[in-house]
Design a protein around this ligand. Structure first.
Ligand code: NAP
Length: 474
């Protein structure tokens, strides 16, 4: 047990431990929770009520979460002193107990204080951010067929421009860096030597590593393996046509993982197309082939018939036994899409997608865009997962103007609780909550944000009434 400065060790419950990156969940785990700033005061009590009720109804006294209050954000400053937004006690508690859940936290603007959410992800190396976007029947949506969208965004959480390695324009280090790049590195790089950085530019660094990309894409593939039918599908999202050695490399490393480490579990889109055509005795022509998106790991020139034949020979020799005879149809399909096109595709052909594995910034944009289709931020949960810890959290902020009014939609944190229960393998309790939530929305028993979009407009429930309605609908 860690020695806390201001917290008292919980008297009941057991610690969640990790073995090979997987949690071992006792029947009575201790789970630290951060109430959150702003609307956290309303959302957290509602969430705890719903989670506890679902466990009690599903397992009686056999299972129970022992909640352990820890502090971050404004509440932490009140207890630990000014500017102590993320006390050591909180870090030690999450490290020791392994799983935590949190409400939204304020990011103080200016004063050199980092985002607490980003800090927590980096401290615990929570390298995959998981954001499911699924429609609950009856939720008002700007989309015509929101029920067709059922995706999970796997957003890389530790690299990319989110590392915050950047220099302000005119900062001395920035000027030195620009001079060094313009005078030395760029002229020495044959492919880019005619391009020079504009004087007076700010500079941001975008690191993307093979290790970081593959450990994250692995989590996405492992998740897809647990799904069935067409949902066994991972799409690598990237802007590799422009940023070849960061975004393009992310795609290439993803395919490399799929055809090496996950060879028996995965088929690429290109392989599936070749196998499909062979099994249907179709002629595989250059014209057909040009329709495919070219995976980066196989630099095939579509106009070269010989190299195409070579690739087909390779597929037949290497995987026709293991993947042929329609066996590939049961495997995880791995394909890739350019980031801007996937924004269109989740609107126009949402049913074709399942798990979208993305880099950090693309995933941030994409998950909010997908959340908008299914009913907005109030219904969008999130989880940050690493090999030794996991933190479940709302994707929205503190919405300060609604704080303390018992008005806000607690759906996002409640659904994050559902993700936590699924992470525990407590699926009965998780299903009970989604059932209660769906029914409540169908009965138009919702908070203001959804009520105002319903036609005709309905009288909203308060935050706590919405939680009670979910429980009554178990
Ligand atoms: P915000 O807190 O997400 O609120 C923006 C608007 O979104 C609200 O005014 C409200 O719209 C709607 N909204 C947010 N949460 C909702 C919920 N649970 N139910 C229904 N509607 C909800 O964004 P912000 O005002 O830009 O940020 C405020 C603070 O939160 C900042 O300090 C920011 O850094 C922080 N933040 C934290 C997190 C996090 O902890 N993960 C994430 C994002 C931002 P209406 O008023 O129109 O109803």
């Amino acid at each position: 047990m860690p020695k806390f400065e201001k917290l008292h060790n919980p008297s009941h419950g057991e610690v969640i431990k990790y073995q090979n990156g997987k949690p071992i969940i006792p029947n009575n785990p201790i789970v630290p929770f951060i109430r959150g700033d702003g609307t956290g005061v309303d959302i957290w009590p509602a969430t705890q009520l719903v989670i506890d009720a679902s466990i009690q109804k599903s397992y009686g006294d056999e299972k129970k979460i022992n909640w352990f209050k820890v502090y971050a954000g404004d509440e932490a400053c009140d207890l630990y002193g000014t500017y102590n937004y993320l006390p050591n006690d909180t870090i030690e508690a999450i490290k020791h107990f392994g799983v935590a859940i949190k409400g939204p936290l304020t990011t103080p603007v200016g004063g050199g204080i980092r985002s607490l959410n980003v800090a927590l992800r980096q401290i615990f190396d929570l390298y995959s951010c998981v954001r499911p976007c699924k429609y609950y029947s009856g939720t008002p949506s700007p989309h015509k067929s929101p029920q067709d969208l059922d995706i999970i965004v796997y957003r890389e959480n530790t690299e990319d421009i989110y590392m915050g390695i950047e220099w302000e324009a005119e900062d001395e280090n920035c000027i030195n860096l620009i001079n060094y790049l313009n005078n030395k590195l760029i002229p020495n790089s044959t492919k880019i030597k005619n391009r020079l950085l504009p004087k007076g530019a700010g500079i941001g660094i975008k690191p993307v590593s093979k290790f970081g990309s593959q450990r994250h894409i692995k989590k996405a593939i492992e998740h897809a393996k647990r799904l069935s039918g067409d949902k066994r599908h991972v799409t690598l999202v990237h802007k590799g046509n422009i940023m070849k050695f960061t975004e393009g490399a992310f795609r290439d490393w993803g395919y490399e993982l799929a055809v090496n480490e996950y060879r028996n579990d995965c088929v690429t889109e290109r392989e599936s197309w070749i196998l499909d055509n062979i099994e249907n005795n179709n002629e595989i022509s250059v014209e057909n082939n040009a329709k495919l998106i070219e995976p980066g790991f196989n630099k095939l020139n579509p106009s070269n018939r010989n190299s195409i034949c070579e690739e087909i020979k390779n597929v037949i020799m290497k995987i026709s036994d293991s993947h042929g005879n329609n066996k590939w149809k049961k495997l995880v399909l791995v394909d890739d899409r350019i980031a801007d096109s996937i924004f269109q595709q989740i609107q126009t052909r949402p049913q074709e997608y399942s798990i979208l594995a993305t880099l950090n910034l693309n995933g941030d944009y994409l998950s909010d865009a997908a959340a908008a289709i299914v009913g907005g931020l109030g219904m969008a949960p999130g989880a940050n997962i690493g090999d030794k810890a996991a933190i479940f959290e709302a994707t929205h902020g503190t919405a300060p103007k609604h704080a303390g009014l018992n008005k806000i939609n607690p759906g996002s944190v409640i659904l994050s609780g559902v993700m936590m229960l699924e992470y525990f393998g407590w699926n009965e309790a998780a299903n009970l909550i989604t059932k209660g939530l769906s029914r409540s929305i169908e009965q138009k028993k919702v908070t203001y944000d959804l009520a105002r979009l319903m036609e005709p407009i309905v009288k909203p429930l308060s935050c706590s009434e919405f939680a009670e309605s979910i429980i009554n609908n178990f």
